[in-house]
Design a binder for this molecule. Structure first.
Ligand SMILES: O=C(O)[C@H]1O[C@H](OP(=O)(O)OP(=O)(O)OC[C@H]2O[C@@H](n3ccc(=O)[nH]c3=O)[C@H](O)[C@@H]2O)[C@H](O)[C@@H](O)[C@@H]1O
Length: 443
């Protein structure tokens, strides 16, 4: 007998947008018929219905006010998890096509870094299965376009949340993954003020769900995951080294990434999971995230709309160690290749396993106004700049990576400077949005 497909929960695992299910529909219909027998009872029923509708609407507005900032996987009832057809697709996608190739579960595969890493792995013959909840933090159509790209390379992206244990269990039942590249997260530094709970949901609860699955798997996979340069927080010793202080986060986003480093350490210690955390420094490039400054600036400069440039204390320009996506991908792949094995199985540790953290930056900080002037040159248009001093929004004044450790251990060697990388980004942007007539969503 074919296994019965598990349909994705009607109540998505990400809280929020609740679909009201019409239960007991037929039973209620019958009762209505019995009761609507006289005009008086009809009138009373009408009154009752009005009262019920009013109280339903007020409850609904209460629910909305509590959850309106949580963004969600777009509920797609047709998504089926499990069943022979689904399993066949997963196995085909996870098929390894080279000697000693890896079999990798990439979470956040429809995301910016995830889609690039998934493609790079597949192209060299590794097996890749993607997982992504396609939430609406930014335009989901871009995520679906990235998925289509992966699909064209025979990479199957499962639509589901890392918090959905049933999906994780099922995936590991079908494929004995050697590695997990964990890139699914709630990104964005300043958005944490608006929507703190989504950071806890994805970056803390989701991470633990995934690690629970990895620790119980047999064989245990090695885990490589995305931390962030933001963990350095108020550290002012430049450039930032992995051994510098990371106990003064400036945003909740940074705090959840720092918590992730501590959480992964405990799984490494207790269960023998091999862990590598990568501190990414403001990654940018083609197929990037529309919520990031370089992307939304491009969009607004093209349209002649005003852009807001944040400035730090005493009128100091903010600076970022912008890192090009291709360099980051090489760092991710090298981290997978050098991860070493997890030692445990089925939740039991058998010995010490590697626990590593690396900066993946570019080592050349550039100020935000300089980044804007590079864009102006490529877009052949002046930006309408609105400069504001912004304090306490989660931003740090500058980031600057010391990458000696990644150079030594991963052979990481970034080669793309900001002008070169932005030129490639603008070229992609114009082909994607202008030539293909897609409409960018406002950010
Ligand atoms: O390095 C990292 O770990 C982080 O890099 C980026 O965070 P951020 O550096 O804040 O990137 P953007 O949001 O693109 O901002 C870049 C710079 O532009 C500035 N900015 C942003 C938006 C805006 O409207 N105006 C503006 O001046 C920010 O203050 C910041 O200095 C990513 O968004 C995070 O997800 C990532 O974890």
């Amino acid at each position: 007998m074919p296994p019965s497909p598990l349909e994705e929960d009607i109540f998505p695992s990400t809280p929020g947008k609740i679909k009201i299910e019409r239960t007991h529909h037929h039973t209620m219909n019958r009762s209505f018929h019995r009761c609507f027998t006289s005009t008086t009872t009809m009138f009373l029923w009408a009154l009752l219905l009005i009262a019920l509708t009013a109280s339903y609407l007020s409850i609904q507005s209460f629910v909305d006010s509590g959850t309106r900032f949580l963004h969600h996987p777009i509920p797609r009832d047709h998504v089926i998890i499990g069943g022979p057809h689904w399993e066949k697709k997963i196995r085909a996608s996870a098929q390894v096509h080279r000697v000693h190739g890896l079999s990798v579960l990439v979470t956040g595969a429809a995301g910016f870094v995830g889609s690039h890493v998934a493609l790079a792995l597949k192209k060299r013959g590794d097996g890749v299965v993607g997982l992504d909840n396609f939430n609406d933090y930014y335009d989901p159509s871009l995520k679906h376009a990235r998925r289509a790209l992966l699909d064209g390379h025979n990479i199957f992206v499962v639509e589901g949340d890392i918090n959905n244990e049933r999906i994780l269990v099922k995936l590991f039942e079908v494929v004995p993954f050697t590695h997990v590249m964990h890139l699914a997260a709630q990104a964005g530094v300043r958005y944490a003020i608006e929507n703190p709970h989504s950071y806890v949901h994805s970056n803390i609860a989701g991470l633990v769900k995934l690690l629970e699955q990895c620790k119980s798997a047999d064989p245990q996979p090695a885990v490589v995951w995305a931390s962030s340069s933001s963990v350095y927080g108020l550290n002012d010793k430049a450039p930032f080294s992995e051994s510098d202080r990371t106990d003064r986060p400036a945003s909740l986003y940074a705090a959840t990434k720092k918590a992730g480093e501590a959480i992964t350490h405990s799984y490494n210690h207790i269960y023998g999971l091999s862990i590598t955390g990568l501190r990414f420094f403001t990654v940018y490039g083609p197929w990037g995230r529309p919520d990031m400054a370089y992307f939304s600036f491009t969009q607004n400069i093209r349209k002649g709309k005003r852009i807001t440039i944040y400035r730090g204390k005493n009128g100091v320009d903010l600076a970022r160690d912008f890192t090009y996506i291709d360099d980051i991908v090489k760092g991710c792949v090298a981290a997978l290749d050098t991860s070493g094995k997890s030692t445990g199985s089925g939740g039991k540790k058998k010995g010490a396993a590697p626990y590593r953290i690396f900066n993946l930056g570019n080592t050349q900080p550039v100020t935000v106004p300089t980044m804007v002037s590079i864009l102006e040159k490529y877009l052949k248009k002046k930006a309408k700049k609105h400069v504001v001093t912004m304090l306490g929004n989660g931003d740090v004044p500058f980031t600057h990576a010391n990458i000696s450790l990644a150079r030594r251990e991963l052979g990481y060697n970034p080669t793309t400077d900001l002008p070169t990388g932005l030129r490639k980004f603008v070229k992609w942007y114009e082909s994607y949005y202008v030539e293909d007539h897609r409409k960018p969503v406002k950010y």
